[in-house]
Design a protein around this ligand. Structure first.
Ligand code: ADP
Ligand code: TRP
Length: 324
């Protein structure tokens, strides 16, 4: 059976980019069958977060997000990374067959240090822990954003080195990139928490109108014919509209003239779309928020299933390298 796995950093409220670029794929893959593992990368979060209360809240927010958006936790194993401590053990074993150069070439370490994140040993060996996450569950495919592709390649290299030294132990993983590569933010740059240009998935009412009101436009009149490709609002609407409705708006924008939609019309439609699309998820989130024991129960069930797999892999690795 094909195994899919991905980890999600607990880094704050989810935005449209996180949903259309990642979460939606994880939910869809689980529905297709196969073996699916999705986890909250809380060990990894310690490389950037030193506030325990904040970390707890963020972990819970990721759990609420996935459950509210409809991840079926019977079909997918959904868990907290730190509930499977065997990955730390595997990370050590992998680090002993890994040349320093491999991690020195990791782009994300250098990027993070340049952005002012403290250059700890943990930040440097982050890809070894991520490799352990991937290899512990015999993952075949790892659905991630482009920024994580190099880390999956490192995992593959580490698996190959271990297998070369000790015989077949780890399955070689491959990264799969999301079909929605880049959701733009309200300023037209890539939507990202760090750019302050995000629309939160669970936003509603006045705050939603306010943020959509800030989507970048220009001063051209509605009557002026425009190339739809240059209209940011249409790019955001495409995430929600049927192909027929999308084509209709684009045609009217292209034609211009009397009755052509102004940016205000597009904003009203975008607010409606976001409200409608995420309404069921907002309601489920509210219900889960009132029932923390249910969220814990789901995570505990996931941890049990994940751990069984990771223990088997850990035992195989220990045996093969001579520690058993
Ligand atoms: P952020 O850039 O807001 O910090 P993360 O790096 O935590 O987001 O990304 C979490 C997941 O969401 C990753 O799989 C990433 O590829 C995806 N993602 C984030 N922003 C976007 C975007 N604007 N468009 C598409 N996917 C995105
Ligand atoms: N490093 C990933 C990120 O920042 C999170 C992550 C940790 C991960 N372990 C993983 C992703 C294993 C995929 C597979 O987004």
């Amino acid at each position: 059976m094909t195994t899919y796995l991905s980890g999600i950093q607990p880094s704050g409220l989810p935005h449209l980019g996180n949903y259309f670029g990642a979460i939606r794929q994880h939910i869809a893959l689980s529905q297709q069958g196969g073996d699916n593992f999705y986890f909250i990368a809380d060990y990894h979060a310690l490389t950037t977060n030193r506030d325990p209360a904040e970390l707890r809240t963020r972990v819970r927010e990721v759990a609420l997000t996935y459950l509210a958006l409809g991840l079926d936790t019977e079909k997918a194993t959904f868990f907290r990374q730190s509930d499977v401590p065997e990955v730390c053990e595997l990370s050590w074993l992998l680090s002993t067959v890994t040349g320093m150069g491999l991690l020195e070439r990791a782009v994300s370490y250098r990027d993070k240090v340049e952005r002012g994140i403290t250059a700890t040993v943990g930040l440097f060996t982050y890809p070894a822990l991520m490799s352990a996450d991937i290899l512990a569950y015999d993952s075949n495919f790892v659905p991630v954003g482009a920024d994580q592709k190099q880390h999956v390649e490192i995992a593959r290299d580490m698996a190959q080195s271990f297998n070369a030294a000790y015989g077949e132990t780890f399955v070689l993983p491959e990264a799969t990139l999301s079909p929605t590569a880049k959701v733009p933010g309200i300023d037209g740059q890539k939507m990202s928490k760090s750019y302050g240009n995000s629309i939160w998935v669970f936003e509603t009412g006045k705050p939603l109108k306010k943020i959509v009101g800030q989507v970048l436009t220009d001063s051209r009149a509605p009557e002026e014919p425009k190339d739809p490709a240059g209209v940011l609002l249409l790019e955001l609407l495409r995430l929600f509209l049927s192909p027929t409705e999308q084509a209709d708006w684009e045609e009217r924008v292209r034609r211009g003239g009397e009755g052509a939609p102004g940016y205000g019309h597009l904003k009203v439609r975008l607010v409606e779309c976001i409200e409608e699309h995420f309404r069921p998820a907002r309601e489920r989130r509210a219900a889960l928020l009132a029932d923390p024991a249910e969220v814990e129960r789901v995570l505990a069930k996931g941890a049990e299933r994940a751990r069984a797999r990771a223990v088997a892999t850990r035992d195989r690795a220990l045996r093969n390298c001579g520690l058993r």
